[in-house]
Design a protein around this ligand. Structure first.
Ligand code: UT7
Length: 341
């Protein structure tokens, strides 16, 4: 194990199987209205969220990711022991050190000694992970990569700040990626393009300022709440609508496609109004967007793979369908991808 041979492939990478896992505990808008000065009506109207799942004490990101990963392996028809690389897109790993991915490798029973690492791109994490996994597969380094998007943001939310605590939820989604077969390649199926972007000038618009090398944890950083999520919601909102639309256009035009050619948009679920803005700019009706923000809230890097898994299992995605993925979050980091299923 772990002595990969490099045989660069001209074939595309593809998603072989997907899975998801969310904690059992559900927190409704009414529950939140008993904790902070908010209401079900405000949250639904401004975000589209009705409920979110949150972990119970002792439940960590790797528990959810491993569960989602096992389901993805099952759906893909692969033995977890044959997974030769584990990538976790997350900003809420079990511990500051080591990575969430090593716990997932252990809990999943992936190939002994296979590489496992985390990738930090917040809500854009799953798309960044797709680009990395695609590159590793096409370079011939690995053959079956498990990519998880997982967050337990309930541990990083300020439960006294109504502007943020109503938004986020916990969960995990996962996908097994491998190279397309010759037949799939000829049929034009697989990951057609992944376009990634970042804008560090907006880094502080959504951040957890404490606990890193700039503000190491101290009694003062804790008292100031620096270990919790800080967000300028309006700034993120404006950038999200504009940047997601242009990323989608870039991904589509790289393939000579128009928005109308897309069967389903699998987008990061941060705010229903953001997606309505993107739909309007792309000239698409909302029926082309898979929506589940009402039940999960914003699960950051988990939201795209959770939505994908739900759509697949609900029969919303058929062989040969053209899918458009897009996500934007802290960083700012964002991207879009076109996949032929
Ligand atoms: O995953 C990617 C990262 N995050 C995002 O994409 C989030 C992007 N931003 C958003 O989704 C929206 O900006 C929010 C949902 C966060 C906020 O919606 P908004 O329409 O931009 O509201 P706002 O921040 O302008 O606040 C409007 C009012 C304020 O009251 P005043 O100053 O007008 O009296 C807020 O204090 O709404 C108030 N408010 C609330 N009221 C009831 C803020 N949060 C709440 C709340 N319940 N939970």
């Amino acid at each position: 194990m772990n002595t990969p041979e490099r045989t660069p492939a001209l074939r595309r990478a593809k998603i072989l199987g997907t899975g998801r896992a969310v904690p059992e505990r559900i927190l409704t808008n009414d529950d939140l209205s008993r904790m902070v000065d908010t209401s079900d009506a405000w949250i639904r109207e401004r975000t589209g969220i009705r409920a979110r799942h949150v972990v119970k004490p002792g439940e960590a990101a790797s528990d959810l990711a491993a569960q989602a990963g096992l389901r993805a392996c099952e759906a893909a028809g692969v033995d977890p022991a044959t997974i030769d690389c584990v990538i976790c897109a997350t900003i809420s790993a079990d511990m500051a050190l080591p990575s969430c991915a090593v716990f997932v490798q252990r809990k999943l029973g992936a190939a002994h000694g296979c590489p496992a690492f985390d990738l930090s791109a917040a809500c854009g994490g799953f798309l960044y992970g797709m680009a990395v996994a695609e590159g590793l597969l096409r370079s011939g380094l690995y053959r079956r990569i498990l990519l998880c998007g997982v967050e337990v943001l309930s541990g990083f939310v300020n439960w006294q700040d109504r502007a943020t605590c109503v938004l986020f939820g916990d969960g995990a989604g996962a996908a097994v990626l491998t190279l397309a077969s010759e037949e799939e390649q000829e049929e034009g199926r697989g990951i057609l393009s992944v376009h990634l972007f970042a804008d560090g000038t907006q880094a502080e618009a959504l951040c957890i300022p404490g606990g890193g090398s700039l503000h190491p944890t101290s009694a003062q950083t804790l008292a100031e709440g620096k270990h919790l999520i800080h967000m300028q919601g309006k700034v993120i909102f404006t950038h999200a609508v504009r940047n997601l639309s242009s990323a989608c256009q870039a991904a589509l035009s790289s393939q000579g496609l128009k928005p109308g050619d897309i069967d389903l948009v699998v987008a990061h679920q941060a705010n229903l109004r953001i997606l309505e803005g993107v739909a309007q700019r792309l000239g698409l009706g909302m029926e082309r967007f898979y929506i589940n923000i009402d039940r999960y809230g914003n699960t950051s890097s988990a939201s795209v793979p959770i939505a994908l898994d739900e759509a697949v299992r609900a029969g919303r995605i058929k062989r040969g369908d053209r899918l458009l993925f897009c996500a934007l979050g802290a960083g700012l980091a964002w991207g879009a991808a076109v996949v032929r299923w």
